[in-house]
Design a protein around this ligand. Sequence first.
Ligand SMILES: *[C@@H]1O[C@H](CO)[C@@H](O)[C@H](O)[C@H]1NC(C)=O
Ligand SMILES: *[C@@H]1O[C@H](CO)[C@@H](O)[C@H](O)[C@H]1NC(C)=O
Ligand SMILES: *[C@@H]1O[C@H](CO)[C@@H](O)[C@H](O)[C@H]1NC(C)=O
Ligand SMILES: *[C@@H]1O[C@H](CO)[C@@H](O)[C@H](O)[C@H]1NC(C)=O
Ligand SMILES: [Zn+2]
Length: 452
Amino acid sequence: MMVLFTSCLCLWLGAWVSTASGLDFRYHNSVEVEQYLKAVNRNYSSLTYLHSIGKSVEGRDLWVLVLGKHPTEHKIGIPEFKYVGNMHGNEVVGRVMLLHLIELLTQGYGADPLVTHILNSTRVHILPSMNPDGFEASTRDCMFSEGRFNKHGVDLNRNFPDAFDWEEGEAREAEVRAVMDWLSSEPFVLSANLHGGAVVASYPYDNSNGGEEFKKGSSVAPDDDVFVHLAKTYSFSHAQMRKDNCDEARNFKDGITNGFYWYPLAGGMQDYNYVWAQCLEITLELSCCKYPPESDLPGLWEANKPALLAYMQQVHLGVKGQVLDSTGAPVQNALVEVKGRRNICPFRTDRNGEYYRLLLPGNYTFTVTVPGQEPERRNLSVPYGPERFSALTQNFVLERGSGGGAVPDPDAAEPTESCTALLQYQADGHAAALLRPRLLPLLALALCGLLL
Ligand SMILES: *[C@@H]1O[C@H](CO)[C@@H](O)[C@H](O)[C@H]1NC(C)=O
Ligand SMILES: *[C@@H]1O[C@H](CO)[C@@H](O)[C@H](O)[C@H]1NC(C)=O
Ligand SMILES: *[C@@H]1O[C@H](CO)[C@@H](O)[C@H](O)[C@H]1NC(C)=O
Ligand SMILES: *[C@@H]1O[C@H](CO)[C@@H](O)[C@H](O)[C@H]1NC(C)=O
Ligand SMILES: [Zn+2]
């Protein structure tokens, strides 16, 4: 009797404590989100770092909370991961999920083994809202709202430079410029961008110009096997995604789709991340209703929680390491290519001489190239990194130093709007895909009424 009473009391107390100190399941406006992030940062000052990556058109800060054992700076061998929510201001579930994820990560560190492993091995960046102006302009409607766009009426997921459809001098919105600068300030490896209006994980490419990537209605990236695995990791870890269809007529096998196959779009964020910033990004559609009633939020959180964690763990796929010269100094801008993967912009080492290549388990031939030297080739047998919270570490030490060739331009490791400057010292003549004429995408886009 006594035992029963005590356990009831504990349950009751537990519930009381979690609602009193916890984040409630409702929609928080931009001021409340800022207050929440500042409170988290105060309470967990050694585990978190809060900064603004820029301002929206109406002057709202784009707050990013960074979490990890070393939140303020990059450490060699610790990959950078990010989640971006609410790019379409009226697609609000991702924004709520990311605030709850922040609560889970901070409260779980040191208590929950999975959370502790993730934050010890990864630096996690969370931007709960990329479009706070759009959020504030939104009405609680499932499908139609002004708030999709930013204050200038621009769809931010059409405003990035596009590898297949690129023009000099295109105008960029403030929110897009902030994200582009952010991408050049951190060597991000893996990312997801959270949307609503469907329940599916969509992966690059979103666009095509009818070149070698265009296959049977899909636009297939060189790392397609990795993207399919990443998308399935989310859909199979999610409570319903692999079987849920909002629209009976549309059936996403396994809860995933190639972006272009679903509907083509130019200027999207996931293609930009992948092609220009070496960061593999997928797009997660989390709810049929873009702005569901608050009573749906606890169930949405339970459905997404394991998937959000499992996806983060995938940052440890493949191989990572540094390219060093004979004196042990890091070599920036070395090309790190994997045989059979003709990336539009080849992957390069960053300012620390580091590279990360997400790959499924298997055997791969790596080629490291610097100007004025013979390419260095190595065969690697790659295990499944996520279960050990580390990719395979493989450094390349170049016998003759960084060589008598051209000194790499220090700015060239930044994501830019062109990677043509790199082609001159490329190993196998990859990548000339960029400068082909544009063909299909815009017509298809015009015919397609879908807006997700
Ligand atoms: C921060 O700590 C205070 C004092 O313990 C607590 O009342 C508050 O709920 C905490 N807030 C967050 C967001 O962790
Ligand atoms: C995480 O890192 C902390 C601090 O270095 C260490 O004490 C702890 O054992 C680590 N835990 C795990 C699960 O890696
Ligand atoms: C990879 O190579 C190793 C030998 O280095 C071999 O034992 C293994 O079977 C190979 N794996 C695959 C998937 O080809
Ligand atoms: C890598 O493996 C391939 C196929 O087994 C072989 O032909 C090649 O010589 C190997 N390359 C190196 C650098 O070991
Ligand atoms: Zn969207």
